[in-house]
Design a protein around this ligand. Sequence first.
Ligand code: ADP
Length: 187
Amino acid sequence: MRIVLMGPPGAGKGTQATVISQELNIPHISTGEIFRRNVGEGTELGIQAKEYMDKGEYVPDSVVNAMVADRLGQDDAAHGFLLDGYPRTAPQVAELNGILADGGYELDAAVEITADTEEVVQRLLKRAEVEGRADDTEEVIRRRMEVYAAETEPLTRLYADQGVLRQVDGMGSVEEVSGRILAALRD
Ligand code: ADP
């Protein structure tokens, strides 16, 4: 299956993507994780991405698209993938559509995990205490939410028009939410 997972910061994309990718035996590709790894290793890509991530802004499309095109070209993604946190902008949707069309594939589902804003801000502040992610300060969290609402949430319309959008309530336990996602993918 070829799936994209969308949803505001703190909705639980990363956690759910891990569960779902294991269940369906497809690679979990998280652009946020790839960026964080590169920041940690101090690569050129990491240095470029960090200035945006620290402010809660999106990394430029040219940078993200090149990275994803490269990752999806690797062997393990040939038979399916779960993209976590990509696409987030209209040019990224176009890039992914192009990559899929070139391979003669279609997207099977765009899963949007929905969540209450205040609830997710609180979740992220709690995560900040545990994981210490650089972008989990209240100011940056609120900026990430705004950017999501302005740039990414409207894109779900495109996937609804394609008939592949599946909206799933992200409130509840990890198991409840993954159960909902798997059920939605079977529809
Ligand atoms: P969150 O779920 O909190 O948005 P992620 O781990 O998915 O966290 O992403 C962290 C940061 O990495 C984003 O705030 C952004 O700066 C950058 N990033 C990740 N994916 C993308 C993308 N598809 N386009 C642009 N920037 C991205």
